[in-house]
Write a protein that binds this ligand. Structure first.
Ligand code: X90
Length: 276
């Protein structure tokens, strides 16, 4: 049996060892340029361009055909998508799954709606890879990953809600008055996969302490952590140190956001995926 994991580019992962893996890109679109969120893209060049660009910008998700191409000839494929509540990526993955299965009745495609993005998707993908390596039956891998998802979370500190608001991904009332310089929006991916603000904090230090408090309230107790950042390695490592001091947890994986997450979680933001 050949198993494959495929995620959209909002997971910020370009490759994965040990199991067959592929990604399908989302796109960042402006009046004059389009950026494909794949391994060829220079994300910092895109950010430079966007920082002086004043026109309209938007994003688009992969279509079913792109998912099918990535499935290739897998016997069992797991498609891990960004939250279905903010993107069409999950719907196109589901369409791809039924097309592929009807053409290949002996093969199986599972779609996993992360109800989240970025680092929480990384946790889900890593767990899937672990489960695949145990040689468990595909159906029990799927059941196990659905259970696992109940234990993972995404918290974040965002520098701005501009692109989220402009593209209708959050209620514009929510975004009002939040463009104030230095104010960080601390929030989480809600249970239904929407952006749920929890606090507004002045400056990174307060925002990170606030995140620690929210993790405490959730009884975080040493589970795995992945932190991603947009042009903010210092913030990501500071958050890592705070987690270390507070909970004694040593090995957060720190990674950079690729294009889709950088576009919405604007420079200075961090995202934290963790098990609790
Ligand atoms: O289909 C598309 O065009 C993609 C739209 C994606 C919109 C949301 C992206 C969020 C990126 C921002 C902070 C985390 C929010 C998490 C809420 C579940 C990251």
């Amino acid at each position: 049996m050949n198993y494959k994991i495929i995620s959209d580019s909002s997971a910020n992962l370009l490759n994965l060892s040990a199991v067959d893996f592929a990604t399908v890109p989302l796109h960042i679109i402006t009046d004059t340029k389009e950026f494909t969120d794949d391994s060829f893209l220079d994300v910092s060049a895109m950010q430079n361009y966007l920082s002086s660009y004043k026109g309209k910008s938007s994003t688009s998700c992969p279509n079913a055909h792109e998912w099918i191409e990535a499935i290739d000839d897998a016997d069992v494929a797991f498609l891990v998508t960004i939250t279905s509540n903010l993107s069409g990526a999950c719907a196109s993955a589901k369409a791809a799954a039924s097309m592929y299965e009807s053409e290949h009745p002996d093969k199986k495609v599972y779609v996993i709606d992360s109800l989240s993005t970025g680092p929480e998707m990384v946790l889900i993908i890593n767990k899937l890879a672990e489960l695949i390596k145990t040689d468990a039956a595909s159906e029990s891998i799927y059941t196990a990953i659905c259970e696992y998802q109940k234990t993972t979370h995404l918290y974040f500190s965002l520098s701005s809600l501009d692109n989220l608001a402009k593209n209708g991904r959050i209620n514009s009332i929510l975004a009002k008055g939040i463009g104030i310089l230095g104010i960080k929006i601390v929030g989480k991916a809600s249970d239904i996969g929407t952006l749920q603000p929890m606090d507004k904090c002045r400056g990174d230090n307060r925002a990170y302490k606030c995140l620690i408090n929210h993790m405490k309230k959730l009884n975080y107790n040493g589970g795995k952590i992945v932190i991603s950042h947009t042009s903010n390695p210092a913030g990501a490592y500071e958050m890592n140190d705070l987690i270390k001091n507070e909970f004694g947890y040593e090995d957060a994986v720190v990674m950079e956001n690729r294009a889709l997450c950088s576009f919405y979680a604007e420079p200075g933001s961090i995202l934290i995926g963790f098990e609790a």
